[in-house]
Design a binder for this molecule. Sequence first.
Ligand SMILES: NC(=O)c1ccc[n+]([C@@H]2O[C@H](COP(=O)([O-])OP(=O)(O)OC[C@H]3O[C@@H](n4cnc5c(N)ncnc54)[C@H](OP(=O)(O)O)[C@@H]3O)[C@@H](O)[C@H]2O)c1
Length: 239
Amino acid sequence: MKIAVLGTGGGAREHTAKLVELGHEVFVGTRDPEATLARTEPDMMGNAPYGQWLADHPGVTLLSFGDAAAAAGEVVINGIDGHNAVAALTGIATSLSGKTLIDYAVPFVYQHEAEHPWPTPWGVMPKLDPCDTDSLGERIQRALPEAKVVKSFVTQEQSTVVNPKAVGDGDHTMFVASDHDDAKRTVTELLQSYGWTDILDLGPLVCSRGMEMYAHMHSAIGFGLGQQFGGHFGVKVVR
Ligand SMILES: NC(=O)c1ccc[n+]([C@@H]2O[C@H](COP(=O)([O-])OP(=O)(O)OC[C@H]3O[C@@H](n4cnc5c(N)ncnc54)[C@H](OP(=O)(O)O)[C@@H]3O)[C@@H](O)[C@H]2O)c1
């Protein structure tokens, strides 16, 4: 398939590499391809400059967000930082029309004044905005009524999303939520091709709220396991 991955961050790189390995044609979106390739410093998460990563991953085409989305067939993955995703995606709405848009972003706000801050091994925990009564997944769907938004992948590090067998021999649960059943089926098939066997359909997109709010619990479990950041574990829904 022709698949677009919108984003050059650590999570997007995991999907890009895996999709190429699976034989897909992958178009990666970034704000400005030239500027992205000119970077020489690691990003804020410590990932190597994208040009360096790309040199080690032949077969990937780097384009603007809009051109990558337009080049995709049915499936587009959103790996744009959660705080900026709605604005960036709204600008390329036409190219996303009719497509399945898988959103794994977390609406984290990193700089904020908290009345009761949560100190972590790497600084104060970011806050979620929106939260409780709305979610990023729903905001993206409202901004792009012609796209079929599926919230998924978001409850794990993307390195274990693309390689579920890396923990517990793959015996853990992945979630999907969307108002579009056909798009959910497409995402379920993609997850199966990644190696997932336990994929729980949570129902409508409003369940993005639960998945996004789980981000804090994901961090807390990681701290408990002494992993600090980027925890390699999964959760299993036992029923
Ligand atoms: N990494 C994971 O394993 C993981 C797991 C679960 C959830 N998430 C969530 O998924 C989202 C993406 O994570 P990630 O690690 O793949 O990447 P990230 O480092 O959070 O985001 C990088 C991407 O965001 C874009 N971006 C940043 N500021 C922007 C702005 N002002 N306007 C438009 N685009 C902007 C960057 O564009 P350029 O390419 O132009 O620099 C880049 O493509 C985040 O919300 C993260 O919290 C990540």
